[in-house]
Structures are given as structure tokens and as C-alpha cells.
Ligand binder design. Sequence first.
Ligand code: GDP
Ligand code: IMO
Ligand code: MG
Length: 425
Amino acid sequence: MTQVDVLLGLQWGDEGKGKIVDVLSPQYDLIARFQGGPNAGHTLEFDGKKFVLNTIPSGIFNEKTMNLIGNGVVIDPIILKRELDNLRNAGHDPIAKGKLVIARKAHLILPTHQLLDAANEQKMGKDKIGSTLKGIGPTYMDKTGRNGLRVGDTTLPDFKERYNKLVEKHKEILSHYDFEFDLTEKEAAFFEAIEFIKSIPHVDSEHFVNGYLKEGKTVLAEGAQGTLLDVDFGSYPFVTSSNTTTAGACTGLGIAPNKIGRVFGIFKAYCTRVGGGPFPTELDNEIGENLRQVGHEFGATTGRARRCGWIDLPALKYAIMLNGVTDLIMMKADVLDGFDTIYACTHYEHNGETIDYMPYDIITEKPVPVLKAIEGWKTDVTKVSQVEEIPAKLADYISYLQQELEVPVKYLSVGPDRVQTLILN
Ligand code: GDP
Ligand code: IMO
Ligand code: MG
């Protein structure tokens, strides 16, 4: 029996998960998304082409790999249909090839879930979460509130009535907000997309994944968002509404904890965050702007400018502990090519103490990062393809991180393309 490997983000999302899942997918028979929804934007680049996936697993471009959208994912049928239409127009048709299945227990995002998300954010004003406005929070609320509609419900004869019942509830809530809306167009698109969703094979992800394991096949679970956005352990309330950590792969696919194999933790050589909430190492200055421009740090889903800062080791150690990371993957080293000096946050000064963990009151009492200066490598690494060509100072930076984080860095990414990836250990 095989086990499920997991790949997930260790920071606040956008670490480069899509790129690496695509790189690793030839090693796996199945790639399975386990949480989140179209708040995710996973970018892949190869052969001069670029794709952004929101709901579809990033194994979709590998001919041999099956892809599963797991029960823990929340699905916007309109967005999923659009993603598949775009893929088909680009010459990739996973449905025709039988390479995509969807969990019937996955919950559906309704147009009114998006309205509720927007109404809520509008009401919070300057205290808003900065959500992606995709309806993620309200959909997970209906899931845990036991009101939600699932993919499997779409084939029931009374699906429309169930839909109407939930929408009435949502309209009742919306009537308490000062929020204008017109559902007509969205509803038509929703029901068109629902018909389309019915043409994708529906499966029970728990049996599907465990069946793969029993047959000795290899499975990689693809996370969305990042550990610091986890609803339990992230910088609450500035988080998303799912468990983005390894535990989420168990509940989001239907696998037991002892079926988890390797855990790939992915992080940028620096750090970014999009939306509101604490970010101790944020550089709200020219250096941050430089990172944003060189790293093209603009959201793949929303186009919003990402906040940028130095790497945060207490946060990474926390994420490694929560996820049981066995292998690290460092991304976007090339973005630091031009810096004379880079910095790593080793501790925080917090309420008069020096601490090395993320404090509970991170929201109200901003921790001040203690920074260690590290000499830059001042070399273009985007064409480095052999470990021996890695500049000594970049190798030193990686060694330092491995020593601090006590987990080996297995892969190094030096550019957005599939081929700009090195295996280190
Ligand atoms: P994800 O959400 O974790 O899949 O990450 P995103 O796709 O939202 O953001 C990562 C961005 O960085 C995308 O634009 C990628 O094309 C790009 N990218 C990934 N790896 C590298 C890298 O090593 N260097 C550079 N310069 N860009 C990268
Ligand atoms: P990927 O998978 C970065 C952030 C939003 C907001 C908070 C809550 O591409 O890494 P939500 O819409 O989930 O209710 O928003 O979470 N967020 C992400 N930030 N990458 C993502 O996904 C994100 N998905 C949600 O910006 O701060
Ligand atoms: Mg992203």
C-alpha cells in the first residue's frame, strides 16, 4: 500500500504550489486538491505558455496523471466551467481524456454566497479581511451550518427547490445589509454551469483515493492558500475558511492520518501576503516595492498587489511543526539576485521580550522582527540548471535555512518556468 504525499504552502499563499505540483506530477498517478476553492490561483508556465488554475488540480497538463477535486474543496460551477473552457480552447481537454473527476461531497458556491462575502466585507469597512470575494467564507459557513448544497445534489430531482430554499435564506440575511444586487445573469450562468458539471464524473473521494493506495499507485495532495491562512492556526480572523494544513488533506480527501507520506512544504526565499492582517516582516517601503516589481507580486486571481517582506523563520518553523514537513521547497530565489544584502527574521521583539514563535496577540500587538543580515549573491540564477552552478552565497543561504529549520531543502526554483527547477538533495 502506498501513502499520500502532500504539497502545501508554508506562508500566506502564492508560494508557487501550482508550478511545483506540475513539476512533480509525472511522479504521481493522482493529483488531488483537498481544500479551498477559486480563491486560489495556481500558476504554471511551460513551453512559453502560462496557465492559472483556480479549482482544477495542477497535474492536469501531465498526460498520464488523474486529477481529483476533493470533498474539502468548495466549487463555483461558473468558474470551474470557465477554467475547463479555457483549457479546451488551449488544446487541453481533461474531460474528453477522462483525466478529471470531482467529489460528490464537495460543496457548491452559489451566486448568493458571493454576494454575502461582498456584503460582509463592505460592512466591515477598513477592518475587512480582504477576501477574494469568491464566496469562500459563506460557503464553508453553510457547510458547517449544515445548510450547504453538494455536487452530488445536482443530480437530485428537487435540486432547484433545494437551491431556492437556500437562496431565500441568503436573501433574508442580505436584507439586513445595505447592499444592492441583481441575481438574474449570475443565476442563468450558474444553472448552465451546473448542467456542465454533471458531465464530469462524480466520485466518493474517500473510496477513490484509498482505492489508488490499495493498488499501490502514487498520490499527491495539492494544498491551496498557505499555513498562515489556516482557519485554526493562521492569523485569525485574517485567514481563509478551511484547514490549509496537512490535517486538511485527511478531511478534504477522506484519508486516515497514517496514510500521509512525505509532506512538501513550499516557501518563497522572501515572503508575501495579499489582503489584510498582520505581517511582521512586511517592507512598506522601496525594498518591498522592489520585491513586488522583480517578483511580479500581483495576485493570480484578483490582480491585487501583494504585500512583500523578508523571510520569517519563526513563522516557517511554526508551519513546519503544524504540517510535519519532511522536505522543503524554496521558490523565487532569482527575485533576490540583485540585492547586496538580504535579511531573515530570526525572532520577534514582543511586549518587551524576545520570542521565537508567533504570539496569540499578533493582531493587536504588532511584533517587531529581529533581522539577520545575509550577503546577497548578486548573480543571475535564472539559467542555473546544475547544483554545481548555484552561487556560493545562495548555497550558504540555503544551508543557513536548513540549519535553522531542521528540514532539508529538496528543490530550488529559479524562475517561473517548469524547467527552472533544481533538485538539491
Ligand atoms: P501558488 O498560488 O502557490 O500556485 O502561486 P501563484 O501562482 O499564485 O504565485 C506564484 C507566482 O510566482 C506565479 O506568477 C509563478 O509563475 C511565479 N513563480 C513560481 N516560481 C517562481 C520562481 O522560482 N521565480 C520567479 N521569478 N517566479 C516564480
Ligand atoms: P493560493 O492557493 C494568497 C487570502 C485573501 C484574504 C484571505 C481570505 O493561490 O495560494 P478568502 O477569499 O479565502 O475568504 O480570503 O485569504 N487568500 C489568499 N492569499 N493566495 C491564495 O491562494 C489565497 N486564497 C485566499 O487574500 O486575505
Ligand atoms: Mg496563488
